[in-house]
Design a protein around this ligand. Sequence first.
Ligand SMILES: Nc1ncnc2c1ncn2[C@@H]1O[C@H](COP(=O)(O)OP(=O)(O)OP(=O)(O)O)[C@@H](O)[C@H]1O
Ligand SMILES: [Mg+2]
Length: 367
Amino acid sequence: MQANFYREIFESLRCGILTIDEEGRVTTVNQVARQILNLQNQAPEKVPCRQMLADYPEICRILLESLRMENPPIRFELDLRAQGRPKRMIGGSISHVRGADGSRDGAVLFFKDLTTIEQGEEQERLKDRLAALGHMAAGLAHEIRNPLGNIGTTASLLKRKLSGNDSGIIALDNIVQEVRRLNHTVTQCLEYAKPIHLRPRPVDLPALLAEALQEVRAKWPSGRVEIKETHDPKVSGLQADGIQLRQVLHNLISNAFDAMGGRGNLEIATFLEPASSAPEKDSESFAVIRIRDTGRGITPEVRERLFFPFFTTKPGGSGIGLAIAKKIVDSHQGMIDVESESGQGATFSVKLPYPGSSHAAVEQVYP
Ligand SMILES: Nc1ncnc2c1ncn2[C@@H]1O[C@H](COP(=O)(O)OP(=O)(O)OP(=O)(O)O)[C@@H](O)[C@H]1O
Ligand SMILES: [Mg+2]
């Protein structure tokens, strides 16, 4: 009865616990530890640590070393890079386990998954930087637009006066075209810098996705993209700003088509994810929209700058699509992230608090 009681507590604790004996064999692993380390199918009893945690040599090393220490580490953070799994970060602490007579029996590792906290902090830093950039861009855009308008109009007037002078007309056409292009960039810049007016309402995600897909497909008339969609009906209770969300989906799908050159496979999934994996957000769960393409993938250098306004690798691209998508997702208190390896396609995930704003009638303005 007593043992069962302690076992229940051990299993239901919200932090990962893993114990080893003096010979470095794993003696117990609780449920959270099994989840974080993906050890679901392994019997924990008396398996050597190096065997059971083969994917995590850093954890093994620190645990085994702690057996030889007088004072094991009270607080440490580790990046875990298990093959085939996304990078994770854990924070932990190790204590010695002592028997009834006070002799050392082994060590216990307490740890937590810090991945989403770390990501959240990174996103906060990015948000501050983007806000500053946005203010600067808005000021600059106003200064550029007026003279640009004048250049365009003057060039058009001149063109009319130069009838018969072909080379002059070609040169002026060039000017008008470049002015248009600049104007487009500046308009995009303003679009990014202006505050978002959020009007949360119940949204039909599959319908929004269908609209966004239709818009993008229209730009690729000879494209051949196989689309596989899976939607969890539970997501139907989501409250968000449908117009803004459609813009996010459009931008992500449009990038996926670009990355695949209009040919490949696109997997779209919507589902709910418990908030326990993102405890820093004040929400019960998240509605996730995952868009996976088979395009050229993203290199680590591009990954770093992906969400910066005006970062583009495309000739003729304005580099504003993801910056706007991120701003809209941030305004919903959500998160947007990407997993990709060069040449291996890319997976973008948008996570929105579910069910979302309960004050559907209240309009919020996001800077
Ligand atoms: N699914 C993807 N696969 C590979 N690279 C991507 C993907 N999505 C975005 N990128 C990279 O991120 C860059 C920025 O994307 P973003 O949507 O912000 O701008 P853009 O597509 O270049 O221009 P636009 O403003 O017209 O959208 C892209 O130029 C591309 O290099
Ligand atoms: Mg884009």
